[in-house]
Ligand binder design. Structure first.
Ligand code: FPP
Length: 279
């Protein structure tokens, strides 16, 4: 938290927002569907790629803010398996922007102790983008601050299919295929995100009420926060407001909160009214 306050002027409204956060209850893992670049460009009569270009700065600010606040994991949906359906020129621009971002930001990532990870079917990336991405992953491997997981050529369904195929291959190699039985922990530990906590907070910009094939297994109990703001307009203040809203949520994970968890007298009498158990 202090690391964030250090870079905010006393009269910066983001300072008051940051100070109203409870630093002991920050989300450990934040996932973001960065949406609305195309609409941002269309509103300005610009080509769609101008929206993607304008989307790089909010990535920088979001990474810096999470790193300085002490968030542990940030997963950004940068390119989906389905995004290959877009015009070639747009897809090529996205790879170019990724390379520009990595080159421009590596020094800052190192300074902020950020570790970069890439999740997705990376083999399909154009060779130069893949090489620079993996170089940045190597360069930041020893950093112990925020871990940024860039979801690239990612699909939640593909991730699950890859996990099941990995489990099948393992069982085949161990000669245990006929006895194979899979637990939830087995699935979790074969995902691209193995070892990461599930996202506490999933943010989606641009107002669309969709999950778009993102982290399907991992978001079972994530808090969802959808803002109408288009990604290129997403500011540090927007991120802090999402965290404040997250801290107002009552997370029950299907259970009840501690003060209510002992059955109330009225609950017991309501059960009694149902009559003898049929089990
Ligand atoms: C969705 O907006 C956004 C993307 C498919 C690409 C995300 C890319 C960036 C934010 C640029 C930089 C990223 C990194 C990691 C350097 P959209 O094009 O679907 O918007 P629309 O729904 O308004 O058309």
């Amino acid at each position: 938290m202090n690391a964030l306050l250090e870079i905010l002027d006393p009269d910066d409204p983001d300072r008051a927002l940051a100070q109203s956060l409870d630093s002991s209850r920050l989300p450990r893992h934040v996932a973001i569907i960065m949406d609305g670049n195309g609409r941002w460009a269309r509103q300005r009569n610009l080509p769609r790629v101008a929206g993607h270009k304008a989307g790089v700065e909010p990535v920088r600010v979001t990474v810096e803010t999470c790193a300085r606040l002490g968030v542990q994991h940030l997963t950004l949906y940068a390119f989906s398996v389905e995004n290959w359906k877009r015009p070639r020129s747009e897809v090529d621009m996205l790879w170019r922007l990724l390379r520009v971002y990595l080159r421009r930001e590596l020094a800052d990532l190192m300074r902020n102790g950020v570790r970069l990870i890439a999740i997705g079917r990376l083999d399909a990336l154009p060779a130069p983008a893949r090489r620079e991405l993996l170089d940045a992953v190597d360069a930041t491997a020893a950093n112990r601050g925020l871990q940024v997981n860039l979801a690239i050529n990612y699909s939640g369904r593909a991730e699950l299919a890859d996990a099941f195929n990995a489990m099948l291959a393992q069982a085949r190699a161990n000669g245990g295929l006929d006895r194979l039985s899979v637990t939830e922990d087995d699935i979790t530990s074969h995902l691209y995100t193995a070892g990461l906590p599930d996202p506490d907070l999933l943010i989606r910009t641009s107002g669309e009420m969709r999950i778009s094939n993102f982290l399907l297994w991992q978001i079972a109990y994530s808090e969802l926060y959808v803002t109408p703001t288009l990604w290129p307009d997403f500011t540090r203040g927007d991120l802090l407001r999402a965290f404040l809203e997250y801290q107002r949520r009552d997370r029950r994970f299907g259970g009840l909160n501690a003060p209510q968890s002992a059955p109330h007298r009225s609950d017991r009498s309501a059960v009694a009214e149902l009559g003898p158990s049929t089990r």
